[in-house]
Design a protein around this ligand. Structure first.
Ligand SMILES: [Fe+2]
Length: 194
C-alpha cells in the first residue's frame, strides 16, 4: 500500500475505532445504570414488603392490646373484696396506659402502609388472648391479667425482632417501650398475690 493509501486508511480506521469504543462505553454504562436501577427497585420492594409484614404483625399486637385494655377496664369496674381499692386504682392506671398505646400502635400500622383493624369482630379474630368471662375473684383477675401481660411481652418480643431485622427503628422503639411497660404491669400485678 502506498504512503498516501496508508494515510487514508488510518484516517478512516481511527474514527471507526473511536466510534466502536464509544459505543462499547455507552452500552456498558447503560447496562450498569439498568442494573443499579434494578438493584434500587429490588431494595425498595424488599423494604416495602418488610414494612407490610411488620404492620401485619402489629395488627395482632393491636388486637391483643385492645382485648387486654377492655379486660383490665372490666376488672377495674367489677373487682370486689378486701383488695378492692388498691386493685381498682392500679387497673385504672393500667387501662389508661393501654388506651394511649392502642392509638400509637394503630397509627404505626398506618405509617407502615396497612389499614388498622378497629372493630371487636376483627380484634377477636386477630387476638390470641381470651376475653373476660363472668366475674372472677379478685385473685383470679390479677393472675389472669398478669399472665396476659406476659403473653403480650412474648408476642411483642417476636415482632421487635422482625422490626429490628428490617431496620425499622421507630417501630422497634415503640415495641421496646411496650415490652418494658407490660413487664412492669405484670410485676405489679403479681406482687399483689405474694
Ligand atoms: Fe374508673
Amino acid at each position: 500500500m502506498s504512503a498516501t493509501g496508508l494515510a487514508v486508511q488510518l484516517a478512516m480506521d481511527i474514527p471507526c475505532q473511536l466510534f466502536n469504543s464509544l459505543r462499547r462505553n455507552i452500552k456498558y454504562m447503560a447496562t450498569a445504570t439498568l442494573q443499579n436501577n434494578n438493584k434500587t427497585n429490588d431494595s425498595a420492594n424488599q423494604k416495602q414488603e418488610a414494612s407490610l409484614t411488620v404492620a401485619q404483625s402489629l395488627s395482632h399486637i393491636l388486637a391483643d392490646s385492645y382485648l387486654l385494655y377492655l379486660k383490665t377496664q372490666n376488672y377495674h369496674w367489677n373487682v370486689q373484696g378486701s383488695l378492692f381499692y388498691g386493685i381498682h386504682n392500679l387497673l385504672e392506671e393500667q387501662y389508661k396506659d393501654m388506651a394511649i398505646a392502642v392509638d400509637d400502635i394503630a397509627e404505626r400500622i398506618r405509617v407502615l402502609g396497612l389499614s388498622a383493624p378497629g372493630s371487636f369482630h376483627q380484634f377477636l379474630e386477630l387476638s390470641s388472648l381470651k376475653e373476660a368471662k363472668g366475674i372472677p375473684t379478685a385473685e383470679e383477675m390479677i393472675a389472669e391479667l398478669a399472665e396476659d401481660h406476659l403473653t403480650l411481652v412474648s408476642k411483642l418480643t417476636a415482632v421487635l425482632k422482625q422490626a429490628e431485622d428490617s431496620g425499622n427503628i421507630s417501630t422497634s422503639d415503640l415495641l421496646g417501650e411496650r415490652i418494658r411497660t407490660h413487664e412492669k404491669q405484670a410485676w405489679m400485678l403479681k406482687s399483689i398475690l405474694r
